[in-house]
Design a protein around this ligand. Structure first.
Ligand SMILES: [Zn+2]
Length: 321
């Protein structure tokens, strides 16, 4: 009894201080676990699909922005059935007869396209028809999305959620230790000081050789190696499907591997001046970390300005101390 009490008390104490974002994470987790109990699709797969589709809706103009807790999107045609004359049909029987996807997940007798439980159950049920093993789920995802990169990104998200056992993973870190001697300013879109005429797609953080470079987010190492311009560099994809690019490194953290799961603050390498030549070329410019951020919308990838994010992560990290 004492033990139970001591476990419950801290959560009661903090309940009043929970932010809307924290409550939303809890709501989502409840929905994932409830759906796992019915369909046997592990919650972290559902969370990963949901996360992928939510990101897509925020980055694409042809999709409505998510308004519920769940981000998975079914168009009226897919939900109700392509030849169903009633595009807003909520009757599971007629939807089924028109080969629509929509199902009733919460047992209220209706299959509502914008109901979180119905939407999540519909997706989970589709996957369940392939089976519940990792390979079964992978095949289901491929049949559904028909794009290798999408399946890869979803399975990456899945591994991160599974490892940390939560979907509340929005913490960030500044890429070099706050106490290190470093400087950076907003150089977005400037002409490069070296290396040709391309505009500068990132922020340069000047620091000494060997200063640790750390992951700014939760994510997965997607690329590690040499690039003619970037030198020794690492690419990490986070849960918002943002790709973080760390270039001109002096070297990599020991044991860092492609496919590895990282968390904010984890050391991935150190500051250097590599790049602009064949592998090993260094010293053509002062040591600095080139930090870039790229967004993907399922078709194409584009860079955006990391500077405001760096400022905000620096502030957040300072506040945590
Ligand atoms: Zn740069």
């Amino acid at each position: 009894m004492l033990l139970i009490f001591s476990i419950i008390t801290p959560s009661l104490a903090t309940a009043a201080e929970k932010t809307d974002q924290e409550k939303l994470y809890e709501t989502r987790m409840d929905l994932y676990q409830k759906t796992e109990a019915i369909t046997h699709i592990p919650w972290y797969y559902l969370a990963a699909i949901d996360q992928y589709e939510r990101n897509l809706r925020y980055s694409r103009k042809d999709l409505p922005k998510p308004d519920g807790a769940i981000g998975i999107y079914f168009s009226p045609e897919i939900w109700s059935g392509a030849v169903n004359p009633n595009k807003e049909d909520t009757d599971p029987f007629t939807i089924h007869s028109f080969a629509g996807f929509g199902l009733d997940g919460n047992g209220d007798g209706k299959a509502k396209r914008l109901d979180d439980e119905d939407v999540l159950y519909t997706m989970a049920h589709f996957i369940e028809t392939y089976g519940t093993s990792h390979d079964d789920i992978k095949i289901a995802l491929w049949d559904y999305y028909q794009r290798d990169k999408t399946v890869g990104i979803i399975l990456g998200h899945m591994q991160v959620f599974k490892k940390f056992g939560t979907v509340a993973l929005d913490k960030h870190a500044f890429p070099v230790p706050l106490r290190s001697n470093h400087s950076y300013k907003n150089t977005w879109g400037d002409r490069r000081g070296w290396g040709g005429r391309r505009t500068h797609e990132g922020t340069d953080i000047f620091a000494s050789y060997g200063v640790p470079v750390r992951s700014t987010s939760y994510g997965i190492v997607e690329i590690k190696g040499w690039n003619k311009f970037g030198g020794w560099r690492v690419g990490i994809r986070d849960l918002n499907n943002t790709y973080h690019y760390y270039a001109h490194l002096n070297g990599f953290a020991k044991d860092l591997q492609v496919g590895q799961i990282v968390e904010p603050g984890m050391i991935i390498g150190s500051v250097g001046s590599s790049g602009y030549g064949p592998p090993g070329t260094a010293g053509k410019f002062p040591p600095h970390l080139h930090y870039g951020m790229y967004k993907d919308n399922g078709y194409t990838e584009w860079s955006f300005d990391p500077y405001p994010h760096l400022r905000s992560w620096e502030r957040q990290e300072r506040a945590r101390r």
